[in-house]
Write a protein that binds this ligand. Sequence first.
Ligand SMILES: C[S@@+](CC[C@H](N)C(=O)[O-])C[C@H]1O[C@@H](n2cnc3c(N)ncnc32)[C@H](O)[C@@H]1O
Length: 209
Amino acid sequence: MVHSNRIHHHNRDRLIHWARLYDLSTGLLGRRGNRMRAMFADDLQLRPGERALDVGCGPGRLAMVFAKRVSPTGSVEGIDPSVEMIKRATTRARTKGMPANFQVAFAQQLPFGDATFDAVACTLALHHVAEDDQQAAVAEMYRVLKPGGRLLIAEFHKGQPHLVPRWLRRFSDENMVDKALQFVNASGFTDAASGPTNLRWLGKITARK
Ligand SMILES: C[S@@+](CC[C@H](N)C(=O)[O-])C[C@H]1O[C@@H](n2cnc3c(N)ncnc32)[C@H](O)[C@@H]1O
């Protein structure tokens, strides 16, 4: 049996392999989902020509919104360790003719050089990273951002599991917004702030490198 260090090292991450079902479920958020994604692009102040990264991109819905904002000269990268998610995101970008590339990778080991991106997003994915790798994942987001680059993390609010849709609830017993905020501050980001989103169960953090 062949053991890769990399796979062994990250085997406590919670990958989502049911990409089609996940995609359909987030699609059910409808206009509220569209508003949320537009708001995240606004928070990141994406402009044409910029490079953006979506960490734990899932099936690529947010990356498509980012790609529209940075078009025609900019580009978007998305990473997720789930092969199924990356396939679905890649098909979506090709079908729509969007400047977005996707690859299988882990948040705590981003396959990009230092200071590559103008903006980095990580929505509902940090709590899927093994607990003792979460700080490393946020440090990686810092590393790949250009000086002055913008960060957006979206996570579950504390103590409101009843507000979370049933199909997401099994992932959501943690106080992830406050926890992520600590990681963001510890990684060296400035101007870190947390706030609500248009979904009652979802909070967000914005910060700058
Ligand atoms: C709830 S989904 C969120 C997807 C998308 N960002 C969204 O907002 O709809 C969580 C994603 O995190 C991914 N994931 C799990 N472990 C990860 C890791 N170590 N690094 C990056 N993503 C990871 C899962 O495979 C899954 O696609």
